[in-house]
Design a protein around this ligand. Structure first.
Ligand SMILES: [Zn+2]
Length: 268
């Protein structure tokens, strides 16, 4: 057995031990996850909210986004309510460990993995034997700061562990980028055009890539990243996000919201 194979075999046991020392928590409300936690990744009290916010089917509609250079794009949730709250806590609000439970829920709902047997375990993906779904997983790089602590990287890492696909970080931000959330749709498209590049010397020839971001809004960022990856030789790029920023369908709105766009929770 090679060293990476041995590490891969021992890692789930290490994760279970870590979860025993530092019990896993519900990403939506911070309650401790007990043995009966739905999908081993959220608490029973949050199960209804988790179901309500699922993006079902996961494929993101072209009518809501401006995708280009991408094969498909999928999202696990709508960017609203408890999901939005959890993502904001992961990003710069001191709770990066929720990324693992959020990624596990996505692995179960979007990629068809079987839930872990208990919190702290790993979901099990039983895809076609010997046929990896992608050559590699590529996180969208952060506008600034370290790649490895950014939420897209944390999600990509967990997806890679469960799907058995390597995570590569070939993308970099090639020039100054304004924060997308401050911009209109047209300004977002202009802001990211040509803003991402592949690190010199990277050969992505023939690779089928899964590009991962935390939230997809207009689709401008993932499209710009996909274009850079294709120019470096990738044959296909699909995008995946934890949450899509789209208007909630009527049936997903709570009765108290009277069919209107829901009031968001206060940001952390
Ligand atoms: Zn909860």
């Amino acid at each position: 057995m090679t060293a990476p194979e041995l590490r891969a075999r021992l890692a789930p046991a290490g994760e279970r031990l870590a979860a025993w020392l530092y019990p896993r928590r519900c990403p939506f409300c911070d309650a401790l996850l007990g043995p009966g936690a739905p999908f081993a990744a959220c608490c029973p009290a949050c199960a209804q909210e988790e179901r309500r916010l699922r993006h079902d089917p996961p494929r993101l509609p072209q009518s809501e986004h401006s995708f280009s250079a991408l094969g498909t794009a999928a999202g696990a949730y709508y960017y609203a309510g408890a999901v939005r709250h959890a993502i904001l806590l992961c990003k710069g609000h001191g709770r990066p460990w929720y990324a693992r439970e959020l990624a596990d829920l996505a692995l179960i709902h979007v990629f068809g993995a079987a839930p872990a047997k208990a919190p702290g375990g790993r979901p099990v993906w039983q895809g076609p034997a010997g046929l990896a779904p992608y050559s590699a997983i590529v996180p969208v790089p952060p506008r600034r700061g370290k790649d490895r602590t950014a939420l897209p990287h944390l999600i990509a890492k967990r997806l890679g562990q469960v799907l058995g696909v390597p995570v590569l970080a070939p993308l970099r931000v090639a020039r100054e980028l304004k924060p997308q959330k401050t911009l209109t749709r047209e300004e977002r498209l202009r802001n990211v055009r040509g803003a991402y590049a592949v690190r010199p010397g990277t050969d992505l020839g023939g690779k089928r890539l899964l590009l991962v971001d935390d939230v997809i809004t207009t689709g401008a960022t993932v499209s710009a990243c996909a274009l850079a990856l294709l120019e470096a030789g990738a044959v296909e790029v699909a995008a995946f996000c934890l949450a899509a920023d789209e208007e909630l369908p009527k049936e997903k709105r709570t009765p108290a919201q009277g069919g209107q766009k829901p009031q968001e929770r206060q940001d952390p």
